[in-house]
Design a protein around this ligand. Structure first.
Ligand code: RUQ
Ligand code: CUA
Length: 656
């Protein structure tokens, strides 16, 4: 088909898929296997087999589910504020959401990926990307909290992220929108795209012990749009495969202008080589960047924020052996690497087939300099056939993402034809197809991006829900659909709603992480500068118009619970230390008129909320977490007097 025909075909296919009376798969209600209920039922008091960490898309959060039950365990704020957990509201967590643009309380969290050791999830961390204001986050799997966020310079839209190498040497973040490199010279006409716009691929190193991020180096590339990526593994360890669209380098009406070329690219990058060059001192130091690096310290219970101003950049066009372009049909989306690392699956959103590339063939072609005669902006272009293992024919419409099981099968999601298709990685034969309800985006097989997939379950993350759940107004819950993939045919077991818009997810065996889950913060290791060492030290101190309340919580009282001598307009900081040392015993804190949120303070932890009373009067405060039989009694009062009043600053609990 010619480009124009493709577009028309796409439009028609989309229209069909959206008019549900026309395409709703027959027997949608009865497609569920007979004993699905038993296979997803986790009896009360028993545990799920897998944890599943699911991205929240435009909610900026990540949520944690159990599989096969689909039960929601936790929502973790990452790039969003969350009043339930005071994330972005407490004084301690505010620095986590700082960027070079200031405080940014929201983002679009697309992909998550676990940390790997030898190509297998090691249960230490989960990485997440923010698409809008480019950032990368690390979530700790002992605390289920975001421990670190780093901003990515020279980048516009961090969609192609966070893809992790076989031993978490690097988490990769590549720009979705190419833009001129940061700095004053970036003020250029937008129609000078071809000349001035560049892609950047960031290699963020991960400390083996602490997990700490550092942008080791960036690769500068032609002005392509990077979409998705997978690091090589096994035989292809040391390489990186990135899908690129807009090879037309168009800057307007991409819907049409970026769909002209019959093929875009998958960029193959030899990252071990790039690392070698970087370590040998190659590349240039760019000193006009500004990017935030925020870390949460589990001992001071406080985040720090710093701005960094330097990054090393290697231009791939300056080296002959760093980057190669593999032609890939029609706006590729997913670029997924098989468990052995031998096959690279490109999913062209507008393509009518799925090309599967062979790493061995790719290496041979590189060895023989078997390239097209013309380079693309200085980068060698492979011949399509030279890298091709084969094509999956007539797989479906609108392929997006591919995952793998433990038996040599691949599973691809089809947005337009709304189905998951199973095929054989070697023979490329289609083995099974099952409808999704509706328009699946990502799919995830347990361990499906690792060297040894766990298999057993596949979850489809659907973009449209329509008639699957009770209606809830104009917006419906996005849905996940659980399939059993242990047999020859995929079997639909369960629908469950998700938080936000789920993109990617990672399932980790419960046994890998459940015993590492933190129960309490050891109060003796609490080094918070405003910690209160026991009730005897609870107090209130004034310094000008700043008042610090050193408060403790324990079942079922707050100390102090009577505070007088606060003035209207004072800046009051409640530093709450929860002196419990018992699992699952947080206490909350809320005060009338507070313009931020509650606090939920874990056992042994200190957290702070700021409050500026706007009027004179008596302000009750209370514990927000039903912690004990006398939880309703867990409360107190603040008396606020006019500015300059001579009511003495006093506080007590029980005896004055
Ligand atoms: S993408 S629906 Cu933002 Cu991961 Cu493919
Ligand atoms: Cu403490 Cu309720």
């Amino acid at each position: 088909m010619k480009p124009k025909q493709y577009l028309l075909w796409m439009a028609a296919a989309t229209a069909v898929s959206l008019s549900f009376s026309a395409c709703r798969p027959k027997g949608a209600g009865s497609a569920v296997s007979g004993n699905a209920a038993q296979r997803t039922y986790v009896p009360p008091g028993q545990y799920d087999e897998f944890y599943t960490f699911t991205s929240g898309g435009f909610s900026g959060q990540m949520s944690v589910y159990g599989l096969p039950s689909g039960r929601l365990f936790r929502v973790i704020p990452v790039f969003s504020v969350d009043p339930e957990k005071a994330w972005g509201f407490s004084e301690e967590t505010k620095p986590m959401l700082m960027t070079s643009h200031g405080f940014v309380p929201w983002d679009d969290l697309h992909h998550i990926e676990s940390s790997f050791t030898d190509g297998m999830p090691d249960g230490k961390w989960i990485f997440a990307n923010s698409n809008n204001t480019p950032r990368l986050a690390r979530i700790d799997l002992t605390t289920y909290r975001t421990s670190e966020i780093i901003e990515i310079p020279n980048t516009g839209g961090n969609h192609c992220s966070p893809f992790t190498t076989e031993n978490s040497e690097y988490v990769i973040a590549a720009t979705r929108f190419s833009v001129p490199p940061d700095g004053p010279a970036s003020d250029v006409p937008i129609d000078s795209y071809k000349e001035n716009f560049k892609g950047h691929i960031s290699f963020v190193s991960v400390d083996k012990e602490t997990g700490e991020f550092d942008i080791a180096f960036q690769l500068k590339t032609p002005g392509l749009n990077f979409d998705l990526s997978s690091a090589g593994k096994g035989v292809s360890n040391g390489w990186l495969f990135i899908s690129c669209y807009n090879s037309e380098q168009s800057h307007t009406l991409l819907e049409v202008n970026a769909s002209q070329n019959d093929k875009d690219f998958i960029m193959a990058i030899n990252w071990k080589k790039a690392e070698e060059y970087f370590k040998a001192g190659k590349g240039t130091k760019q000193t006009n960047v500004r990017y935030a690096h925020n870390k949460y310290d589990e001992h001071t219970h406080t985040a720090t924020h710093e701005i960094k101003t330097e990054v090393t950049v290697l231009d791939v066009a300056d080296f002959d052996d760093l980057a190669y372009l593999i032609p890939c049909p029609k706006s590729p989306h997913g670029a997924d690497v098989s468990p052995t690392g031998e096959y690279i699956v490109g999913s062209g959103k507008l393509a009518a087939l799925i090309p599967v590339f062979s790493f061995e063939k790719l290496q041979n072609a590189i060895g023989n300099s078997d390239f097209e005669s013309e380079r693309y902006d200085g980068i060698p272009v492979m011949k399509y056939e030279s890298a091709l293992h084969g094509e999956v024919e007539k797989p479906g419409l609108g392929p997006l993402h591919t995952e793998f099981d433990d038996k040599g099968n691949a599973y691809t999601s089809f947005f337009v034809s709304s189905e998951v298709v199973k095929w054989d990685i070697k023979t490329l034969e289609v083995l099974d197809r099952q409808p999704t309800y509706y328009s699946v985006g990502h799919l995830m097989v347990a361990g499906g991006n690792s060297k040894k997939p766990y298999g057993k379950y596949l979850v489809a993350y659907n973009k449209i829900t329509k008639d699957r759940f009770l209606p809830t107004g104009p917006e419906l819950a996005h849905s996940a659909q659980l399939f059993d993939i242990s047999g020859d045919k995929m079997e639909l077991l369960l629908d469950f709603p998700t938080i936000g818009e789920p993109h990617y997810a990672q399932s980790l065996p419960a046994d890998l992480i459940k015993d590492k889950s933190l129960k309490i913060y050891d109060i003796n290791n609490n080094n918070h500068p405003f910690k209160t060492n026991g009730e005897a030290e609870a107090r209130v101190e004034r310094d000008g118009n700043i008042v610090r309340v050193y408060m403790t919580t324990i079942r079922s009282h707050l100390t102090p619970d009577v505070i007088e001598g606060i003035h209207q307009g004072d800046e009051v900081y409640f530093h709450i230390t929860n002196i419990e040392q018992d699992w699952d015993m947080p206490h909350g804190f809320a005060i009338k008129g507070a313009g931020n949120s509650e606090l939920l303070v874990m056992p042994g932890e200190t957290q702070t909320i700021k409050w500026v009373p706007d009027r004179v009067g008596i302000f009750p405060f209370y514990c927000t977490d039903f912690c004990s039989a006398l939880h309703q009694e867990m409360s107190g009062y603040v008396r606020v007097s006019p500015k300059g009043s001579n009511v003495a600053l006093t506080s007590y609990t029980g005896n004055k």
